[in-house]
Ligand binder design. Sequence first.
Ligand code: AMP
Length: 431
Amino acid sequence: MPSYRAPRGTRDLLPAERPAWARLERVASDIAARYGYRELETPLFELSDVFERGVGETTDIVEKELFRIAPRSEDREAWALRPEATAGIVRAYVQHGMRTWPQPVRLSLIGPMFRYDRPQAGRYRQFWQWDVEAIGDPGPAVDAELVELGLRFYREAGVADVDVLLNSIGDPGCRPAYLAALTAHYRARVDDLPERERRRLETNPLRLLDSKDPDMAAVNLDAPRITDHLCAACDEHFAAVKAHLAAMGVGYRVEPGLVRGLDYYTRTAFEYYRRGAEGQQQALGGGGRYDGLVELLGGRPTPGIGFALGLDRVVLALAETGPAAVAEPVPIAVVCGADPAGTAERLRIATLLRAEGLAVRAELGHRKLGRQLEAAVRDGARYAVILGDGLPSGEVGLRDLRAASQKAVALDDLAALLRRKAGSPSTSGRT
Ligand code: AMP
């Protein structure tokens, strides 16, 4: 007998867990609307090229973690599941001529992302992100708006004590000189570099700065800092981002080692951490400016900035310290009957009530009334609507399952009565 399980690194979100996710989606949608970010969807897969160009060929995400889709023989195109949302959104911006819309185009997307990562706590192969992008604004004010927007999400979601780490990684004007200084620093210590980092030194030296390898900590301690190598324009931009954050009362910490994993970032880079967890390589979310990306994906030169917040890690954080679990919705009533075989009438009445907007289950089994009522209590329903049971036609029994009291109600009044009860605060969910 086969014994199937969800693929490694993926999880089923069971009904008891799903409401916590739905709540986060509501918080995100609500904040997006308040800040004027409009929701969109892009496909879960794109041409691999979109990610290879848009994320960068020398990044871990593309080199090691891209879920490539095995091509069918008749297809000449190579696809991959999306590892992040920005590249697909920017592809959509170019494809749909969004540069003719009022700028910046503010966009928001919630959905699953896929990375062939080594699974561990808080690291999955399918995970969820809330992604927010502002395309067409060079900043610096919008940079600060986004940093604060992310913090607001954590606050409204109930994750306490989230810190912002902030950096500027310059632009194609000033970064080459910095990279040369950085490379020289590592070359002088090449014997201390782990093998993998030695290879990356030649392709993407910036990545050595945020290396997860513990042996790199000492080598990075006295590495040159990008913030000491910014050109005047980048320096001014960075100072203005900080000034805008200060004007909003948003605290942050400048972290010169923060470079983010993606090739296309310019200037502002930021990450969110739970206080005290900065060293664990488990950011709650992160983002940055990508002024070269639109052009890289075939559009005209257009600045942009965005972030992605990992929802899985927010759910984990909330399970540890957050507010009580979110209740699953429960039916207001279960339609039961004295005649175990009377399923047609039970279903008919439930259908009438559902058409009136009520959450109602009908007892569809052929069990005795007592058993039906026990099941209704297990469902968390507040009432049982009881058919038959010696009542005249046109009337049903309405049993309050908590008070264990019962009265006769005219069928014509039932929906209005239940609607009133459903609106009252004593109807709570299942926890
Ligand atoms: P990144 O663009 O890689 O910085 O990802 C942004 C956020 O997505 C991270 O801060 C995490 O919260 C989340 N994230 C990234 N990769 C994973 C993963 N494999 N599993 C769960 N969450 C992830």
